[in-house]
Design a protein around this ligand. Structure first.
Ligand code: AMP
Ligand code: GLY
Length: 415
């Protein structure tokens, strides 16, 4: 099988590593890719937002499967011309990806499918904004309706800040505050059959103890020792399957990865958001533990044949991933600094995200989230220790990372 991965980040590097490890795979291509991906795939230049360009590349390479990684191409409908060219795609159509592209649309789908989520109002005017803020009270949750690369959501006790963000975003979604821990649960689906992965947890704030601005994600781990045993079954029955069924019923079947961002609140399970793609950095922690060959699984989903696939198999291990961010991330990440990676401890590896080669072929930073280290161990303690030891082998001036990824889960209070 020949596979083409569209995208350039850490999620795509993690996908490339897992796809390359599938014995059925003979060639892995990536576009645009990054220097880490180049170690296990052939990179090609492409405009990832251009469906015709992606379809032409896939046709020229003669690939059997295209996997579209990031949300922007999916929401732009890049999967559509590839499918029309007769090539199998793992990634939803533009119409189905709207579940991530518009928060109002996601709420509409959830209401129709009976999926539990925060109550919300979509507001277009200052009067509607004030009324919604009064209705729900503080803490205020104000969300840009469209894609905003992790920067569209403001959660604040400060009414002035809430109003200011709402006016900047309008139309804007204002919703009730959800308390309780967050869980990311991903599911592979062919539009009918749904196969959930293991739950993972992401750390969205930039600094330790959940301080600082929201980011794309600073680290993740799996499994979640504190989560209820029936969590996956519950989310499958009450969230994932009804959503997939509703999208199919509307004539826009979702073929790809449906990401449920969940809050386990004092009043029960609630969906915070849906994404139409693998999450970053949760994917970096999850995929190394998946024993089922990934490309075969994604190809079966793309072909509408997921029901015939065996149950997913997982290594009985734990994984922790920690993101190394460049100076100034997320507001104004510095780029172009030299990056050195010495030999890493066994059981850990690096996943590239914002890296590039300079004119002399040296590795340099080229984005906010530069890379992630992944530690895989017998338990979370072990996996954390490996990930943090790996970080001591990496040098990038001015960079930073969170020290507390998976700390609470690895050492529960009272242990
Ligand atoms: P989103 O882009 O919708 O995932 O939101 C980004 C982050 O904002 C989430 O991971 C939560 O930490 C927070 N958030 C979003 N919606 C809510 C809500 N209704 N209540 C509390 N926190 C929220
Ligand atoms: N980990 C958050 C995201 O991928 O959106």
């Amino acid at each position: 099988m020949r596979v083409l991965i569209i995208g350039t980040g850490g999620r795509e590097h993690a996908l490339a590593l897992a796809i390359a490890a599938d014995p059925a795979v003979t060639e892995v291509h990536a576009a645009p890719g990054n220097p880490g991906i180049a170690e296990c795939a052939t990179n090609h230049p492409v405009d990832p937002l251009s469906g015709p360009e992606v379809a032409a590349l896939a046709t020229r390479l003669g690939v059997d499967l295209v996997v579209v990684g990031p949300e922007a191409p999916l929401v732009a409908g890049v999967a559509d011309p590839v499918r029309e060219a007769g090539i199998a795609v793992f990634g939803p159509s533009g119409a189905a990806a709207k579940i991530e592209g518009s928060k109002t649309y996601a709420k509409e789908i959830m209401a129709a499918a009976g999926v539990p989520t925060a109550q919300a109002r979509t507001c277009g005017t200052a009067a509607e904004i004030e009324a919604a803020l009064d209705e729900f009270g503080p803490p205020y949750v104000v969300k840009d309706d469209g894609l905003a690369a992790g920067k569209g959501v403001v959660v604040t006790e400060d009414r002035g800040i809430a109003v200011e963000h709402a006016l900047r975003c309008a139309p804007v979604v204002i919703e009730e505050f959800l308390d309780g821990p967050e869980v990311s649960l991903f599911a592979i689906t062919d539009g009918t059959t749904v196969r959930p992965l293991r739950p993972a947890q992401d750390f969205k704030r930039a600094y330790d103890d959940d301080a600082g601005p929201n980011t794309g994600g600073m680290g993740a781990y799996t499994p979640l020792p504190w989560a209820p045993d029936d969590l996956v079954d519950d989310v499958l029955a009450r969230v994932l399957q009804p959503t997939v069924d509703e999208l199919r019923r509307r004539g826009t079947p979702f073929v790809g990865l449906l990401y449920a961002g969940l809050a386990l609140t004092s009043r029960g399970l609630r969906v915070i958001e849906f994404n139409a793609r693998f999450g970053d950095p949760e994917t970096q922690a999850l995929l190394p533990l998946l024993k089922t060959p990934l490309a075969t699984l994604l190809a079966a989903a793309a072909a509408g044949e997921l029901a015939a696939q065996p149950e997913l198999e997982w290594a009985d291990r734990a994984a922790v991933t920690v993101v190394l961010a460049s100076n100034g991330y997320p507001e104004s990440p510095r780029q172009g600094d030299q990056l050195t990676v010495a030999e890493l401890p066994a059981g850990s590896h690096v996943v590239h995200a914002g890296t590039a080669l300079d004119g002399q072929g040296r590795l340099v930073s080229a984005g906010g989230r530069v890379l992630a280290v992944v530690g895989i161990g017998a338990d979370l303690d072990d996996a954390r220790e490996l990930a943090y030891r790996a970080l001591t082998k990496i040098e990038l001036e001015g960079s930073f990372y969170r020290r507390d990824i998976a700390a609470a889960a690895a050492a529960p209070v009272g242990s």
